[in-house]
Every structure is written in C-alpha cells, then in structure tokens.
Design a protein around this ligand. Structure first.
Ligand SMILES: [Cu+2]
Length: 393
C-alpha cells in the first residue's frame, strides 16, 4: 500500500484516532493518579501510549521520506544528480548502530536494576555465575556481530566503481560458524546440567541427605507447611485422604505422621540443606523463592522436591540491605486464579539454635478434633476416596 493510500484509508485513520484517545486518556489518568499519590512525574505509562508514540514516529519518518523524495525529484527536474539513496541508506545504518548501542546501554543501566536480588543460597551463587557467563558470552557475540553487520553495510554500500564478489558457498565458513557455537553451547549446557543435578538429586541418592525435610502444599490461595516431629521423619500422604480437617491428606495409619507439625512460617536454619517436598491440591502452583534461586512447579498428583542451602539469615540480609523490615518470601509463580497475586508466605532463615527453639513450639497437625474425625473416617473408609481424584485432575 502506498503512503497516500495509507494516510487516506478510513480504517487506518479510525485506528489512529482510537489509539490517540486511549493513549491520551490513560496518560492523563496516570498523571492524575500519581498527582493524587503526591508523587512527582508519571511513573508508569500505558501500552497504548507507547503504541501511539511508535505510530507517531512512523508517520514522522514517512513524512521526512516524502519530503526527501520531493526534493530528489525537483533536483532531477533541474538536471542535477539528485539524492544518492545508497549513501543515505548507508548513513542510516550507522545511525541505527549508534542508536542501538545507546539503547542497549540504557536498557542495561535502567532495566538492569530489575534483575534478581542478591543470591542467598549455595546453588544460587552458581546459578548466578552461569547466568553471567552466558550473558557475557552472548553479549560479546551480539556486540561484535552488530558492529560487523552495520559497518559492512556502510563500507560496502553500492558503488558504480566496483562489482560485488559472488560467493555461493564456502565450507570453511560453514564449519567455523557451526562448530564454535556448538562447542560453546555444549560447555554451557554441561555446566547447567551439573548444577541442576545438584539441586534436584534425591535426598536418598549419593551425596549429602537434606538436614531438614519440609512439605509445602499449594492450594488456592495459600501455602500449607508440614514439619517432621521429634522422630525427624515425615509420614506418608495420600491425596485420596484430603478432606475435612485433614487438609493435606496425611496418612495417619503411618506412625511417622502422628507427631508431624503444622507451621505458619517457613522457618529454616542457615547453612543447612533443606529439602522442600512440593505438592498441590487443586491447580498447578509454583514454589518461587527468588533470593534462594528456587523455583519449581507444584503439580496436583505429581510430588516434586527442591533442595537448597540458605547462606544468609533474615537478620544478615536485613543488615546487608539496610532494611529492618525485610523478609524472605515464598511466592506462587503460576497464575493460579483470582487471588494468585497474594499467595505468599514469609520465609525466615535463622541460626540452628533459634530453629530448634522455634520447632519445639510448633503444634502437631493431629489435633484432638482431627483424631475424632479420623475415627469416624476409619469406619467409613470406603467413602473417603469418592472422587477427590476427579476434582484434582
Ligand atoms: Cu498459586
């Protein structure tokens, strides 16, 4: 479609009007809201506003192009050489390279602050170093290729004084740009594989067994916790037993379950390996603790686990960040329903002595009420399993 057709098209004009209206309305709404909150300036701008800016920039470029075209034609009518479009395109390439470099710098310096917080777990440091290794390698390749691309476009622009060299195929080049990235990617993937294996290897497999075993169960919209009692063992669970006061479906025919403890806060000792056994009762949730670089889906019917070792207590992190109110949190990182945004729990990393003291104060999940209820349930044992499975899946 030619430029004339675009600007006279009714559809395009109506679309532009709609964008203009939504863009300005939202901008003004934001301005009012922020003014009301006594914050200077506009902190957040709508998507429509940026689309509007983009459309305006496109129109501005199209108008400049049209003016150049008219100038070019007028020059030719006067018998002059007119504009050398190849040179113009070559200059635009260099402008694009510089604008891109400035944009990349801006992106790193401004958006870079939104990266993950300081790592507070053993494997978190390894994950960060892998992340930075990959970022630095890909960034170097990115910078070199962009400079080469746009500089070549500039240097080897069309010239009537030379002919282009025809290069249909070159095996050496093919080998180089296949083998080098293959080696680099293999090394990165192998490092990732070992780190991931360290995180997810079973507590029963070779290596250190986890010191602390905690069950975390996601349901709309909260996390429920279960700690082992004085025997140090968590009892069995069965989703068919979920119901009434037995919210997590704990199997109380297993004697290890009898002393298991309930807790409101995920309290864990520093420098001890923690194994989180992850469950879900309704939909898919996701255990997410950004400071510990822990994230794993909680899937109904598919127990998973994540092992990590916290390295900084809540107090140490408060001192480090100079924020006396700081708390580690476990979030849900899977959009699981209307109140997903509020599905979080405080995680407190403490010394081992504090942890032992805290654990001693926690109450068993098997309350007298539940004991009574389960006796009833034992009589009607066949009815328990009625279709929790259908609900869960
Ligand atoms: Cu959730």
């Amino acid at each position: 479609m030619g430029f004339n057709k675009v600007i006279t098209s009714k559809k395009m004009l109506s679309l532009f009007a709609v964008l203009m209206l939504t863009g300005t309305n939202l901008l003004m709404a934001q301005g009012t809201a922020t003014a009301a909150a006594e914050k200077p300036g506009v902190d957040w701008l709508s998507v429509s506003y940026y689309i509007l800016l983009f459309v305006l920039a496109c129109i501005a470029i199209a108008v400049i192009g049209k003016i150049l075209k008219v100038y070019d034609l007028s020059q030719k009518i006067q018998g002059k050489a007119g504009i050398n479009w190849n040179n113009l395109m070559a200059i635009i390439c260099i402008v694009f390279l510089i604008a891109g470099a400035v944009g990349t710098y801006w992106s790193f310096s401004v958006q870079g602050k939104m990266l993950l917080p300081d790592a507070a777990s053993v494997h978190g440091v390894k994950i960060d170093s892998m992340f930075w290794t990959t970022t630095v390698i890909t960034f170097i390749v990115f910078v070199v290729t962009q400079i080469l691309l746009f500089t070549f476009l500039f240097v080897y622009k069309h010239s009537s004084k030379r002919r282009a060299y025809f290069l249909p195929h070159n095996n050496t080049i093919e080998k180089v740009w296949t083998i080098i990235p293959a080696i680099v990617l293999t090394v990165l993937v192998i490092f990732g594989f070992f780190t991931w294996q360290e995180v997810t290897n079973s507590a029963d497999a070779k290596g250190q067994p986890a010191s602390i075993n905690v069950d975390i169960t996601g349901k709309q919209f909260q996390w429920d916790l279960r700690y082992p009692g004085p025997d140090g063992l968590l009892g069995k669970k069965n989703y068919k037993l979920v119901g009434g006061a037995n919210k997590m479906g704990i199997d109380y025919t297993d004697k290890n379950s009898m002393d298991d403890l309930a807790a409101d806060t995920l309290v864990i000792p520093v420098n001890k390996s923690v194994r989180l056994n992850i469950f879900a009762l309704d939909v898919i949730h996701s255990v997410y603790m950004p400071h510990f670089r822990v994230q794993l889906n909680a899937v109904p019917g598919l127990p998973t686990y994540f092992k990590f070792t916290p390295t900084l207590t809540t107090q140490e992190m408060r001192n480090k960040l100079d924020d006396p109110k700081f708390e580690y949190l476990v979030y849900c990182n899977k959009i699981c329903g209307a109140s997903h945004y509020n599905m979080q729990k405080i995680v407190r990393v403490v010394s081992e002595a504090e942890y032992t003291q805290w654990l001693a104060k926690q109450q068993p999940l098997l309350t007298p009420a539940l004991r009574t209820e389960l006796k009833l349930a034992e009589v009607k044992n066949n009815n328990i399993s009625t279709n929790r499975l259908a609900l869960n899946n």
